[in-house]
Design a protein around this ligand. Structure first.
Ligand SMILES: *Cc1c(COP(=O)(O)O)cnc(C)c1O
Length: 449
């Protein structure tokens, strides 16, 4: 088997993970990350923007940390030349733990506290103000202490949403950014920049999964035109950096990467040519598209049963690792692959319609419903594909199910099973779980009188 393709690497990694007990009776579910796939995605991103940008254009690709809040992943991406986009003190702490320098970190969040803003400015982290009140806070902070932070404002181009409402950030009533088409907003923004020479960035993050790339590019065009207008009114290039956000959708239906970063960069260059003529530095904030296709959840099938004529495989991968798929199955369908007790692919010759259920104690804990799959048996395994972003890195602690281990893999000829693993996150122990659930305060409620 050649391990040159992501598919072949994944098959070998599943086999090796089962063979070595990374997934087994003691740890019935784990997340697996294809390190080569992640590196390839980072390279594709860098290359795509190099191809369309004027030579010498400064581009910071800031990975949206919420898509994979795992320090070793952030470090790997930093080694590949990426920075971090953070949305709060936890994500900022992760980026710092990964060694990402402040000047390669961007803070966006709709609810930054004064303390967070002060820390960001002291560290020199770029900040995009979400709204008018936050800009007023920045006024005070900037006046009170010098900062090397690059500062901007997030605008909502209000160009409409995609197919998933919860992922659409540029609707008329979105909670994010300054709503650009609301009455008076545009002139207010122009004046806000005019009065604040330290506002040198413009930020828009138009959408995410379900948003067509043409809509995203249109949002970038609207933000770019505002920056151009501001620079014209001010009479110099005050806005020097455009932060165009992330949001490239991922194909969850097959192993094909589409749209590619190259597709999107070319679309952007065609839609907003002035963005790439060398006058603007660029920041991007991709998350899902960098990681999704390089990760899978691997879980044991504990039991199989049948109810009302429906065949059901009860596995260890449910809402705790596939939260969105379980709660919004129509928007987040996942491919499921079936493997035997040794991690070998089950022949898919005679598929049987089955539900693939998780371990959580609520009826809707299903990752696939009535799905034709090879007949699963107790001791087999299932892999949930394209789950490298947002899935196992954003654990949902229902039923106090412990956070599973996460492991990166690469092909290795000198290993007997052809795979080398590195631990990304150790499985949470029951002691850790009990401790974080207030064990130190066990008697405190009863002592309240
Ligand atoms: C979530 C988010 C991103 C990343 O979105 P993806 O769809 O994962 O690429 C980028 N920027 C901001 C401000 C975000 O909130």
């Amino acid at each position: 088997m050649s391990l040159g393709s992501a598919h072949d690497r994944r098959q070998a990694a599943v086999r090796a993970a089962v063979g070595r007990g990374i997934v087994g009776d003691r740890h019935p579910v784990a997340g697996l990350l294809d390190v080569r796939g992640i590196r390839a995605a980072a390279t594709a991103l860098r290359t795509a923007f190099e191809e369309v940008g004027a030579p010498g254009t400064e581009v910071l690709h800031a990975f949206a940390v919420k898509a994979s809040s795992l320090v070793p992943v952030l470090r790997l991406l930093a080694d590949e030349g990426l920075g971090c986009e953070v949305a709060g003190p936890g994500e900022l702490a992760l980026a710092r733990a990964a060694g990402v320098p402040p000047e390669r970190t961007v803070l966006d969040s709709p609810a930054k506290t004064e303390a967070e803003l002060r820390e960001a400015l002291a560290l020199g982290i770029a900040v995009n103000a979400d709204n008018r009140a936050e800009l007023a806070r920045l006024d005070r902070l900037v006046a009170s202490a010098p900062t090397s932070s690059a500062l901007g404002v997030r605008v909502n181009p209000q160009i409409g949403g995609g197919s998933i409402g919860a992922m659409s950030t540029a609707t008329a009533t979105s909670k994010f950014g300054v709503a650009l088409r609301d009455e008076g907003a545009r002139s207010w923004l122009v004046r806000a920049y005019q009065e604040r020479p330290w506002l040198t960035r413009m930020h828009a993050h138009v959408g995410s999964q379900g948003c067509p790339p043409a809509l995203m590019a249109e949002g970038v065009r609207v933000a770019y035109e505002l920056a151009e207008e501001i620079n014209e009114v001010v009479g110099r290039q005050q806005v020097v950096t455009m932060d165009i956000g992330g949001g490239l959708p991922v194909n969850f239906a097959s192993d094909v990467v589409e749209p590619s970063y190259r597709d999107y960069a070319r679309l952007l260059a065609a839609t907003v040519p002035g963005l790439f003529d060398g006058r603007y530095g660029l920041v991007t904030e991709f998350g899902r598209s960098l990681l999704a296709k390089s990760g899978c959840v691997l879980a044991r099938v504990e039991y199989t049963k049948s109810a009302g004529g429906r065949r059901i495989a009860v596995t260890h991968a449910g809402a705790q690792v596939a939260t969105r798929t379980v709660f919004a199955p129509a928007s987040w369908p996942l491919r499921v692959l079936a493997f035997d007790g040794a991690g070998r692919p089950l022949p898919d010759g005679d598929p049987v319609r089955q539900d693939v259920a998780g371990p959580c104690c609520f009826a809707g804990d299903l990752v696939a419903v009535d799905r034709p799959l090879p007949p699963l048996e107790s001791g087999d395994h299932v892999a949930l594909l394209d789950t490298g972003a947002y899935y196992f890195s954003n654990h949902f602690a229902y039923n106090s199910l412990p956070r599973p281990g996460v492991y990166g893999y690469v092909p290795a000829e000198d290993e007997s099973d052809g795979i080398r693993f590195a631990t990304v996150r150790t499985p949470q122990t029951l002691d850790e779980l009990v401790a974080e659930s207030g064990a130190a305060h066990a008697a405190d409620l009863g002592a309240l009188r």
